[in-house]
Design a binder for this molecule. Structure first.
Ligand SMILES: CC(C)(COP(=O)(O)OP(=O)(O)OC[C@H]1O[C@@H](n2cnc3c(N)ncnc32)[C@H](O)[C@@H]1OP(=O)(O)O)[C@@H](O)C(=O)NCCC(=O)NCCS
Length: 504
């Protein structure tokens, strides 16, 4: 059949070797997003990893570091401004997790694929132009690298390594037993549905060994069959579960692989979207690739083709759970699955803010302020709410009286405070001679002392013109320059003549 050749499953060496990740795999994370990185680190802690799975962050525009938690410990993850710099600094990090927007995801992914140290690139953004994705796929295949996505949540190797938001919250990860490896390899198009299936698989089997969401685009960087054939080479994986969807012909390359006997482990499969036939016209479902182009791309046709090729395909999505359960139990009865040793995962420490919010803990304050109080909905200065300070038309003097003297001083006092502030602001740095003269006079000194106090403040930052004027005028006089020559000479040197104002 023509279309089978069109969607031939190209498995390069990186894919054929099987394992993409391990318990020591480290990644570079592009575009700083605090939550998915923290979730990766919490997963690491749950799995008992010794090193964090994120080695470095790439955030265009700034080097430095970001503080995150690895268990109870606070760690600083280096931030680099370019892909080159990050790869040079972390040569053992071979996974690139790309959280760039759809505008820049292709360019940054290509930059990563070009790095000799990067082996796997996961692209999260939806809406990456298809022409760009095709280029990425061609480059990756030619260079023996693996692309997961675009439009993917990522993937997980249970007990070892997790990409970004895969499998959601820690509670869900614990329920899905992803903190330790099971015997099932899972691949789906949808990221959201993969969460659902991790849960189902954990309930009816010994759990996931590895799960990948290839993403919902028309051209995924790696395909369902790429991963199934890879899983076939991983000894710990005893059976595979596939969740396809209507649209595209990717599932047919799996059909072909099954027919050719390339897949030797049991495959349970379901292609979702059987409801599309209920619509009179073609329907575009959530993913860019999820629309039935023709009969062969319908969920029904693909389910039937997989069934005919030897996959276990239930009659409905509801029956998928039973199909997975029965396939697993059969393997267990045949002694092909060694029961997984159950482990109790450690408790991931809760963030202080969420624990306080839920009323689980209380924390002593580090600072006690006797003047301002921001415990309520509105901050107060010495008991006066901020809004009433504005409504009453209070000025800087009144605010200082509340904060400094802890009460509302009479109007003449606050006006005096304001004059002091204005004097310092207007005259302090700029006309400090005048300021000092005023201060000296206020101190009760005589006129001459006050004047001298001001004159003594004259220096290069204020009033320096007097000194400089004397210097330049004397120099001109000594050299017998005419006023015209003097002014022209200063102009040529680009110096303003001091002491005569700024008028030429
Ligand atoms: C992909 C994704 C992570 C990108 O994150 P985002 O928040 O949309 O993008 P950001 O705000 O980080 O960046 C947007 C742009 O603003 C720029 N920007 C961000 N902060 C900036 C700042 N302070 N100053 C200047 N520019 C800034 C970024 O550089 C970026 O520019 P670019 O588009 O040219 O690259 C996000 O859109 C996403 O999660 N999408 C959903 C993906 C999805 O559903 N996948 C399938 C899962 S199953």
């Amino acid at each position: 059949m023509l279309f089978v050749q069109q969607v031939s499953c190209v498995i390069d060496d990186a894919m054929a070797t099987g394992q993409l990740f391990s318990k020591t795999t480290q990644a570079l994370f592009y575009n700083y997003k605090q939550l998915p990185i923290q979730r990766m680190l919490d997963f690491d802690f749950l799995c008992g990893r010794e090193t964090p799975s994120v080695a470095g962050i790439i955030n265009p525009g700034g080097d430095g570091f970001q503080k995150l938690f690895f268990g109870q410990e606070e760690i600083a993850i280096p931030v680099h401004s370019t892909v080159d710099a990050a790869c040079a600094a972390h040569p053992t990090a071979d996974v690139f997790i790309n959280f760039a927007s759809f505008r820049s995801a292709a360019a940054s992914s290509l930059a990563a694929l070009k790095q000799p140290t990067i082996r796997v690139v996961a692209i999260i953004a939806e809406g990456v132009p298809e022409a760009d994705t095709k280029q990425l796929i061609a480059y990756a295949r030619a260079n023996n690298k693996v692309v997961i996505g675009p439009a993917t949540v990522g993937g997980v190797q249970a007990g070892a390594f997790k990409i970004g938001d895969t499998a959601g919250t820690i509670d869900n990860i614990i329920q899905c037993k992803l903190y330790r490896p099971g015997s099932v390899g899972f691949v789906s198009k949808s990221g959201g549905m993969s969460n659902e299936l991790y849960n189902t698989i954990a309930r009816v089997t010994d759990g996931i060994y590895e799960g990948i969401a290839i993403g919902g685009d028309v051209f995924p960087g790696s395909t369902l069959s790429d991963h199934i054939l890879r899983f076939n080479n991983i000894p710990q994986i005893k059976m595979m579960v596939v969740l396809g969807e209507l649209g595209g012909r990717d599932e047919y390359s799996l059909v072909e692989a099954l027919k050719q006997g390339k897949v030797t482990k049991p495959v349970v499969a379901w292609v979702s979207g059987t409801c599309a036939t209920l619509f009179k016209s073609e329907v575009q479902f959530g993913h860019a690739g999820a629309k039935s182009g023709g009969e062969l791309e319908s969920a029904q046709a693909k389910n039937q083709a997989l069934r005919d090729a030897g996959a276990v395909v239930p009659t409905s999505y509801e029956a998928l759970e039973t199909a997975i359960k029965e396939t697993f139990e059969k393997l267990a009865d045949e002694g092909k699955i060694t029961p997984v040793k159950e482990v109790k995962p450690p408790q991931v420490p809760e963030d202080l803010n969420s624990a306080i919010k839920s009323g689980k803990v209380r924390a002593p304050t580090h600072i006690i302020s006797t003047i301002s109080d921001d415990r309520g909905e509105e901050p107060c200065y010495a008991g006066v709410p901020m809004s009433s300070i504005v409504e009453r038309g209070y000025g800087v003097g009144d605010v200082i009286s509340l904060l400094w003297f802890k009460r509302s001083l009479p109007r003449y006092c606050t006006q005096f405070i304001e004059i002091c502030v204005m004097l310092c602001a207007d005259h302090g740095p700029c006309v400090s001679g005048a300021h000092n003269t005023i201060v000296t006079a206020r101190a009760g000194k005589d006129l001459v002392s006050s004047l001298v106090a001001g004159l003594l403040t004259i220096g290069p930052r204020f009033g320096g013109a007097v000194d400089d004027a004397a210097r330049y005028f004397k120099d001109a006089y000594d050299r017998s320059l005419t006023p015209y020559e003097f002014v022209e000479g200063m102009k040529k040197k680009g110096i303003r003549v001091p002491g005569i104002g700024h008028r030429y």
